[in-house]
Write a protein that binds this ligand. Structure first.
Ligand SMILES: [Zn+2]
Ligand SMILES: [Zn+2]
Length: 161
């Protein structure tokens, strides 16, 4: 049993149908049948996936600023992480947190650009700390694995379907 809802375009009309994309209730007159379900006119007009992963210029700028901030703030964080047990696990959590912050800064759009910024912002602190070992050729697997976990988690936080 579904509660009767009211069409978002016609508040006086009751409906039991809602848009497959945005979930807003729509009346039978407004609904558009698509091959991926019933949609509101706004979403039916857009090609699939057009709402996700598209950031406006100011959102891109905010994402980049957040990414730079996280890259800088992440250096001491990564330094502490390397001293702790379960570095990879905490790194993954920190990476995910960084990804979420960047996602929010970009208006929660997610998408390829947000993933790229998150991945770079998360990788930078690790690379800064690992650079001496990298150059000396004495890099061991532990910090590298932690970096991979953090980077993947940051990317996953921005994944949108
Ligand atoms: Zn919709
Ligand atoms: Zn309607």
């Amino acid at each position: 049993m579904t509660e009767p809802m009211h069409c978002y375009r016609h508040p006086k009309r009751e409906t039991r149908v809602s848009c497959a994309t945005c979930g807003r209730p729509i009346c039978t007159e407004c609904m558009v049948a698509t091959d991926v379900g019933i949609k509101c006119p706004d979403d039916a007009r857009l090609p699939r996936g057009a709402r996700a992963g598209v950031m406006k210029a100011d959102q891109v700028l905010r994402s980049i600023l957040a990414g730079v901030g996280i890259a800088v703030a992440g250096i001491p964080v990564a330094y502490v992480l390397f001293l702790l047990p379960f570095t990879w696990l905490i790194s993954a959590a920190a990476g995910y947190g960084a990804g979420v912050l960047i996602n929010r800064a970009g208006g929660r759009n997610g998408g390829p650009l947000a993933i790229l910024i998150s991945v770079l912002a998360t990788a930078v602190p690790f690379l800064v700390l690992l650079a001496p070992d990298l150059l000396a050729g004495t890099l061991n697997a532990r910090p590298l694995i932690a970096m991979v976990f953090a980077v993947i988690a940051a990317g996953v936080a921005n994944r949108r379907i």
